[in-house]
Design a protein around this ligand. Structure first.
Ligand SMILES: [Zn+2]
Length: 196
């Protein structure tokens, strides 16, 4: 089995990313506390003590929801095997204002079905684009061993003796297998030891 080794530059990237969430989280938390301190009794005092407590709990959930902190904290690192590469077509709107018509297009999504080493099968959308302008997307194939590193976006196909490219987990760029660092973002590419 592969052994994951997270290099120092990737650890640093992840820590910085976590810190960028913590600051807005702390600011929001203080804002909610201040709001309750200043206006809590005036606004919610008439609802009864139980309801007032419930409202406060809900208000304190806002910083978590707004900064996505629980999602970030629950992120897991895993390795699995691609069991199916599915190409799905769906109708989507190009602009984010759904009132406008004529912006509909056919979206092609590439969904991987991955059997984790725990045995659980999950699916993950790895590519979405306009089907008419679609270029062939073949970063992942059935049978690939893929690694997801918590806090990063791109799945890495674990290199084998036959690999020509290696995908950067930070920016998704496919690099020549001989590269130690990503051509685009400069992060270390290999996160695992060779398979024994
Ligand atoms: Zn990169």
């Amino acid at each position: 089995m592969e052994k994951i080794r997270i290099p120092a530059d990737i650890r640093e990237y992840k820590n910085k990313k976590a810190a960028r969430r913590l600051i807005p989280f702390a600011v929001l938390l203080v804002a909610v506390a201040l709001f309750i301190f200043l206006w809590g009794d005036m606004l919610f005092g008439g609802f009864g003590a139980g309801n007032q407590a419930t409202i406060y709990v809900l208000l304190f959930l806002i910083p978590f929801a707004a900064t996505g902190l629980p999602v970030a904290l629950m992120g897991r690192t895993w390795i699995g095997t691609v069991v199916n590469v599915d190409r799905e077509l769906s109708t989507a709107f190009r602009s984010k204002s759904p009132g406008k018509t004529g912006d509909m297009y056919t979206k092609e999504s590439v969904v991987l079905y991955i059997r984790l080493d725990s045995g659980k099968v999950i699916n993950r959308t790895v590519h979405e684009c306009d089907a008419n302008r679609s270029q062939k997307f073949e970063q992942y194939r059935e049978g690939d061993r893929v690694l997801h590193l918590a806090g990063t976006k791109y799945l890495q196909v674990l290199p084998t003796a036959a690999s020509q490219e290696i995908i950067c987990v930070i920016c998704g760029t496919e690099n020549p297998i001989a590269n130690k660092k990503c051509d685009l973002c400069g992060h270390t590419l290999r996160l695992t030891n060779e398979r024994k």
